[in-house]
Write a protein that binds this ligand. Structure first.
Ligand code: ATP
Length: 454
């Protein structure tokens, strides 16, 4: 319970003790980058909720406005997805330009990914993928999904000062990547328009040529500045930034657009790359990934075959079970609901999650609850489709007419349904289906099949 002494909550101060790991990570300032997500601490040392407005200003990424949503609706003819309507995707870079490009050329490239840190994805990972699927369906565009097994191996070794740890051998990450690919397929992506790869199995050819070129553009100082690395960071992790960045270029995969073939003898042929370099890319991801793509955007026009600055649409984090000062993360099993969890496990986890309800039934009825810090309410805002139902729940909870128990019950049943449906689809993803998505091939989508973007 978050309420102390019957006082109503404020969105800033979250007084319940979050996970030990989060407490240790938290600094006076909030810290958000691809490797750390933590709210700031208040004077008493408690972790505060993440301040997304402050973060957006620090990263200097524009807000997603009503105008963007209107334009999106005009271009697609569909109401924006709930994650966009509720500004859970809340910020962007050049989203307008992607809509312009779509109107002009009829397509763009979608790129997103996952660092396979565990055998099963969690609900937080489902957020960018759910949204990406919506974009793929609405725009009928090609999609590339990168599984960074190499990065997770390098990162884990780096964290453990180079020492091997159980479950973190190189081969373990390869295994997690393939399991995660099955999870991703189960979100429902259209096979004809989707290419999924793991770094260890795919890198080479045009992709690797782009990597080398990008590596030649970056200095260690730039990487350190953006990602907080220092001289003791292993060489692999420093070099990894170029791989993460050029994965966004259509020119890393001309074959997906019908240019060139994949025979090793053709890999030095550069024309295919030139033909597709001008295809614009949109990356849906949570805002912790933004530092990678800042490096990318700074260098798009410095490539031999320049690409437009990559566009981003950025989400907030599905909060940790312990409260809004941290994100749901696979590295802290207590923070997460995994896509492999049973209905019973989901029920237990939500019942123990951080609540914005009153300390006692009487307090709750008198002062109301605070949905702004309540985990069950936060999860409903991501997964409950009906805007009307969500706003009734919010109102009832603030007034105290809806109890914490009732709110949690609703959250449990929504999540059990979401995860149950996912698991049903997952049971049908055979090794053959996996191979189909992971075969490097020409993708089939509406719009310009062999693009000639100037
Ligand atoms: P974890 O700590 O759980 O392994 P991660 O940040 O390392 O998480 P990635 O696999 O690198 O996870 O992230 C894949 C995508 O999922 C990225 O777009 C990332 O921003 C997003 N993501 C990860 N955790 C969350 C979360 N709790 N809520 C929303 N998006 C998330």
């Amino acid at each position: 319970m978050a309420t102390e002494g019957g006082k109503p909550h404020t969105a800033e101060a979250v007084s319940a003790p979050p996970a030990v790991e989060l407490v240790q990570q938290a600094a006076a300032e909030q810290k958000i980058d691809p490797y750390t997500v933590s709210g700031a601490r208040d004077a008493e040392g408690n972790i505060k909720a993440i301040d997304y407005e402050a973060l957006r200003q620090r990263f200097n990424t524009p807000a997603l406005t009503d105008e963007h949503l209107k334009r999106f609706e005009q271009v697609t003819g569909k109401k924006p997805h709930r994650l966009m309507r509720r500004r859970l995707f809340f910020s962007h870079r050049d989203f307008d330009k992607i809509l312009d490009a779509y109107e002009k050329y009829g397509f763009f490239l979608l790129y997103t990914g996952r660092g396979p840190s565990s055998g099963s994805m969690h609900l937080g990972h489902a957020v960018p993928f759910l949204f990406t699927k919506e974009l793929q369906d609405l725009f009928d565009v090609p999609l590339v999904i990168m599984l960074t097994d190499d990065e997770k191996f390098l990162y884990t070794r780096n964290k453990n000062e180079g020492k091997p740890t159980p479950g973190a051998a190189l081969g373990d990450f390869i295994g997690y990547a393939f399991e995660n690919a099955k999870d991703i397929i189960s979100i429902g992506f259209d096979r004809k328009k989707t290419f999924i790869y793991t770094d260890y199995s795919h890198m080479g050819g045009h992709f690797y040529q782009n990597i080398s070129e990008f590596e030649a553009l970056l200095t260690n100082n730039q990487i350190r500045g953006a990602l907080g690395f220092d001289g003791s960071t292993n060489v692999g992790l420093n070099a990894y930034a170029a791989k993460q960045c050029v994965a966004a270029f259509a020119s890393s995969y001309p074959e997906l657009f019908g240019y060139g073939d994949f025979r090793p003898g053709n890999w030095a042929e550069r024309r295919p790359r030139k033909n597709v370099a001008a295809i614009p890319t949109l990356i849906p991801c949570a805002i912790d990934q933004e530092p990678w793509f800042r490096i990318l955007r700074e260098n798009c026009d410095r490539m031999e075959f320049p690409s437009p600055k990559t566009a981003l649409i950025l989400s907030k984090f599905l909060t940790a079970l312990q409260g809004p000062g941290g994100k749901m993360s696979a590295s802290d099993a207590n923070s997460a609901i995994f896509m492999s969890d049973t209905p019973k496990q989901i029920e237990k986890k939500i019942n123990r999650s951080f609540s914005g309800g009153g300390a006692t039934k009487e307090d709750h009825e008198k002062y109301g609850g605070n949905p702004d810090v309540d985990v069950a309410y936060a999860y409903l805002s991501y997964f409950l489709e009906s805007d009307e139902e969500l706003s009734e729940i919010e109102e009832g909870y603030r007034k105290g007419t809806l109890s914490t128990g009732e709110l949690k019950k609703k959250c449990i049943s929504e999540l059990q349904k979401f995860v149950g449906d996912f698991q049903e689809r997952r049971s049908r993803v055979t090794d053959q289906v996996l191979e189909d998505y992971m075969t490097f091939r020409k993708l089939e989508y509406k719009g310009n099949p062999t693009p000639t973007v100037p």
